[in-house]
Design a protein around this ligand. Sequence first.
Ligand code: F6R
Length: 592
Amino acid sequence: MCGIIGYTGKEPALPLILGGLERLEYRGYDSAGVAIIEDGRLIVEKRVGKIRELVKSLWGKPYEGKTGIGHTRWATHGEPSTENAHPHTDEKREFAVVHNGIIENYLELRGELEREGVSFRSNTDTEVIAHLIAKSYRGDLLEAVLEVVKKLRGAFAFAVITVHEPGRIIGVKQGSPLVVGISEGENFLASDIPAILPYTRRVITLSDGEIADLTPEGVNIYDFNGNPITKDITIVPWDLISAEKAGFKHFMLKEIYEQPKAVGDTIRGLLSPAEELPFSLKEFRRVLVIACGTSYHAGLIGKSWIEKYTGVPTEVVYASEFRYGDFPVSEEDLIIGISQSGETIDTKFAINFAKDKGARTLAVVNVVGSSIDREADYTLHTHAGPEIGVAATKTFTAQLTALYFLAASNHGERDKLIAELMKMPARIEAVLEKAEDVERIAQKFMKKKDFLYLGRYLSYPIALEGALKLKEISYIHAEGYPAGEMKHGPIALIDENMPVVVVCPQDRVYDKTLSNVEEVRTRKGIVISVGFEGDERLEKVSREFISVPPVEEDFTPFVTVVPLQLLAYYIASRLGLDVDQPRNLAKTVTVE
Ligand code: F6R
């Protein structure tokens, strides 16, 4: 979940690395650091806190070195501190390493090194890499790295530089993401493409078990045995403009407003022959959907659509639970892994596990070329563009689009269903026009300590998603619950202080949900409802009523989720919180 960047070329490396780190900050932000090779020595600067703290500490220090590496950290081993921030160096400060992921056998390696007299400065797993490389170095950095990777276990990516070979960076990928950016007389290494987009759109995506050897003149790729590998260069289709805020206060708000486009682009993308699947869902005995967080919520809605349009029994499982459960998986199953980043390690491992059992695997991912995209047998891409805000918004509605498209494509009335889906961008647009109403409600209830979110059928996962959005960016406790389950426990929580957000479109469970609204009212709970325009029955029993345009039952999640995203956004923003980078979270979760 940390972010890595490296630069070697003709320009001073420092500003390029700091710029790249700012674009990677969404991956982790408890501390940051850089190492630059300057006049034959290593300059290492690290700070606890956000990248701006590191930038401040470097003001007035115009380092000119043309090779360097940088890191933004999301702590796993060792608390956030200057000692534990990356880069880490060997004892003589001749080698510097930045690392993302976990070295599982680091304690064993550290013990061996300490017995040999090496003294450690940090509590991290990363530091062992720097010492091991220094010990193995006999004049060729690549040789030393090849020797060391054989000793490391776990899922990781790292980059290393040395004063002995200024101009050279070696990058290693095994489990965590790493891309190489190619340019004229300069080359880059980064955890993610947006970090290097201002400088180049020519990218090599490394696969597990690959090593990149960068100098200003070129890039060579090897396997872990040192055999050269030929890789294709991809031209990244995004431009930087789409990764900037475009006048919005936060990326999250911009991304909420980009949903009509994300949904439209996803439909257009899926209609292209390149995305056509060579099988029907009806061939399978069962569909198993595996995902985490928001992607899991999309999966819950996808399940209902798949079962409705194909009749194939579908289960949805958290990837982290699937891996360690005893789920019987066979060739008769289709496994659908949903992941915005395409790098979530639990989802990735679950897909690999299912593949090993002979199941066919289908990924729904946003980041083209990500690990899950490459490892699944087939992929449906969500064309939402880069999502920078840590809380997922436009990628959620894009995932819904892909899942509906998939379910509908397996039904006799495919074209009619997809024509209905194509109306969603306009419907979402109409919801966004009511953003001011949601902002007013946010202001009224932003001081509340707990929220309950209720919904039934397709609105139940939307209740879960609304609660997740609120807790992750506003730090307010929120719980999503099936409305019908409320009387089995959560009803005890309801009193005059409890806002209860009820997702209540006019669908098959409308009357049932309305009865639940009455139960909340009877206990003096504050009902904030989301329902169809003109629904006077619902409006009358609600303290606050947020209207969305009426849509067919299948499509209600597209319109009901948007006010909940806005509610969470406006509460967090009015509380003055860091909406795009909430505490303790990271955009890409590459640890188990
Ligand atoms: C919530 C959120 C997370 C992610 C989860 C899975 O707003 O963003 O819950 O949905 O970490 O991430 P991906 O979809 O990248 O696998």
